[in-house]
Each structure stands twice: as C-alpha cells, then as structure tokens.
Write a protein that binds this ligand. Structure first.
Ligand code: SF4
Length: 335
C-alpha cells in the first residue's frame, strides 16, 4: 500500500463523499496536506532531477477526472480505463518514466461513478462486440486501491456487464480488497514478474516475486483470469537458470494451470536511457547501444533490442521451458 509523504487535494474533489473520506483518513496522520484550488499541482519540492523524481513518487494527488474521453489502448485492449495515474514503485525501466513529467506524482480520481458511466457509453457504441478496457495503462492501480476503491468498483461494474471486459497489470500484492467480489470472470489480472536478481537491482519499492506469485494464486482461486508478464527479460550470465527457476516456481503454484504468459525482452529508446541516467545516475541497467540492434518503431522513434541471434536464443528458451510446464495456448507472445 502506498504511504505518501504528502497528499494534495484538488478542492473540487472535496465535493465528493470519497474525497472527504480520504481527507478524514489522512488528517490523523503525520504528513503534509495541501490543497489545489484550480487543479494545478504545486508544492512538491526538489532541485535535482532525482529529488524531484523521489518527491513526486512520494506524493498522492486526490482529484476529479474531468476528461472523460478515453485513450485507445491497442493492441491489448480497446480503451484505457482512467482510474489512476502514476505509481509509487520506482522501477528504473518503468514505461511511465518518460510520460509523467519531472515530478511523477500518483493521482487517484474520486468520480469513479462518472468514469464508469462513460465506460458504459463506450461499450454501447461497440455493441454487440465485446469491449476491453485496460486499467493499468498509466499506473499500477493496486497500491492506491486502499484509498480509491476504484478497482473494486470497476471489477463489480464489469462483473455485471455482458459486453465489457476489464484487465490490469500489477507488481503489487495488496489484493485482499478485491477478493470475494462478483467479477464473473470478466476481469483478468496480470502480474509483471522477473527474477529476484533483476527485481532487487531495478524494481525499487515494489514487492518480491514470490509474493506476486502468491497473490496471483489467491486471485486465481477466487476465479479471476490470471496472466504473467515476464518482463523485461535480460540476458545476463546465468539467465537461463534463473528464468527457468522462475517458471518452475509458477508451475509449482499453478500445476498445468489455465494461465497465460507474455514474455518481453529488454529494449530501450535513447530518450528513455537519458531519462534513466538523469534520475538513477549510478544505474547498472545494460543500455549499451553497441551491444544491441536498432529497430525503427511505429511511432517515429527507434528502440534498441537484442540482436537477432540473442533474440532467437531467448525465444527458443522461453518457448520450450513454458511448454514443458504449460499448454501451448498459454503463451500469448514472446518478443
Ligand atoms: S510498478 Fe509498474 S508502473 Fe510502477 S514504477 Fe514499476 S513499472 Fe512503473
């Protein structure tokens, strides 16, 4: 659970019952409480890039989602479901690092009812097709769930919905508040995992992999659809043994279980690399362009991926290891 150092309330959030109950919750705690009249977020300290980053990551903003036009979310879903933005985790290779500005605060929205009303309109527009919504496109929603209850509301909304489906990704394990809900199998929870070595080195302020797998099992028993995203995969000395042990561990918990896997090799853009070095000046992330292959991306910028022969090794390894323990249709993709 996220324990912020400061909380900033947009004043309009206090027109909602949830906004007030969150304020009550924090009033008794020893932390800084600030208010924003116009929705502009100021008051987060920090002079250097690192300070701004760490202070931003320690700040919770409680606001109202005004823009109810949902962004598309291809290829994994049709739309993003905007229930939160930012994350208190500090993964060096986080996909949000280049999107959240210099002070990447975490924001939750108190108008979940309006957000879900809008969701229904999107579902109606695509009738009779199924419409899939992704709840973690701009955040990890689990650490703030204790405050926002947005996942609970969304999961129950989709549980009652014939044509809507919900999915989200997490690296956190505070999932007890979403156990026992009427989800009707309409929500898929995917856990992003890696080897202990990689998590300890680069995924600061997140949870141990064994805890993630244990949380996944609890949700699986509760009837949720479960997936694992093994990412980003690094080819370091001993990688086969360690990623192999990781898959063995999952197989122990989910013997021939009906779960899915996505495997994503490490890649980086020039911009992401600069950003990481600015914040984590002592990073040991392998980002040597010379050791990679440059691949043009669909959005006009290129990325550095492993060269072909290493990629082939990686794909062969994961395919055969996963098929040793799970069914063929459990592998969604390996890239
Ligand atoms: S847990 Fe996910 S969203 Fe949070 S910092 Fe890590 S990669 Fe980013």
């Amino acid at each position: 659970m996220f324990n912020p150092r400061r909380v900033i309330f947009e004043e309009r959030a206090l027109n909602y019952e949830l906004g007030n109950s969150i304020l009550e919750e924090f009033k008794d705690k020893k932390l800084e409480i600030l208010y924003s009249k116009n929705g502009r977020i100021t008051g987060i300290p920090g002079k250097t890039n690192s300070e701004m980053y760490f202070e931003g990551k320690s700040t919770l903003v409680v606001g109202v989602r005004k823009n109810l036009n949902f962004a598309t979310c291809k290829p994994s879903a049709h739309y993003q479901l905007p229930i939160a933005s930012g994350c208190n985790g500090m993964c060096e290779y986080c996909y949000l690092n280049t999107q959240m500005g210099k002070k990447p605060y975490v924001k939750i929205y108190v108008n979940i009812d309006e957000i879900l009303q809008r969701t229904q309109e999107y579902i109606d527009e695509r009738k009779p097709n199924i419409t899939i919504f992704e709840g973690a496109a701009t955040s990890d929603p689990i650490p703030v769930e204790y405050y926002s209850r947005s996942l609970k509301n969304s999961i129950e909304f989709f549980g009652n919905n014939e044509l809507g489906r919900f999915r989200f990704v997490t690296k956190f394990t505070d999932i007890d508040t979403i156990l026992g809900l009427r989800h009707n199998g309409n929500t898929t929870v995917r856990f992003s995992i890696n080897t202990d070595r990689i998590i300890n080195a680069y995924e600061h302020n997140t949870t141990a992999v064994i805890e993630r797998i244990t949380a996944a099992k609890k949700l699986y028993i509760d009837g949720y659809k479960i997936g694992f995203i093994i990412a980003p995969v690094f080819l370091y000395e001993g990688w086969e043994e360690e990623y192999g042990s990781l898959i063995n561990l999952i197989a122990l918990k989910f013997p021939r279980g009906n779960i899915t896997f996505e495997v994503i090799s490490h890649r980086f853009t020039k911009r992401a690399k600069e950003n990481i070095i600015n914040i984590f000046s002592k990073t040991t992330l392998p980002m040597d362009e010379e050791a990679r292959k440059f691949k043009f991306g669909q959005f006009g910028y290129g990325k550095y991926i492993y060269p072909d022969e290493k990629m082939k090794l990686l794909k062969n390894f994961f395919k055969s290891k996963l098929l040793e323990k799970f069914e063929e249709n459990s592998i969604n993709y390996i890239i």
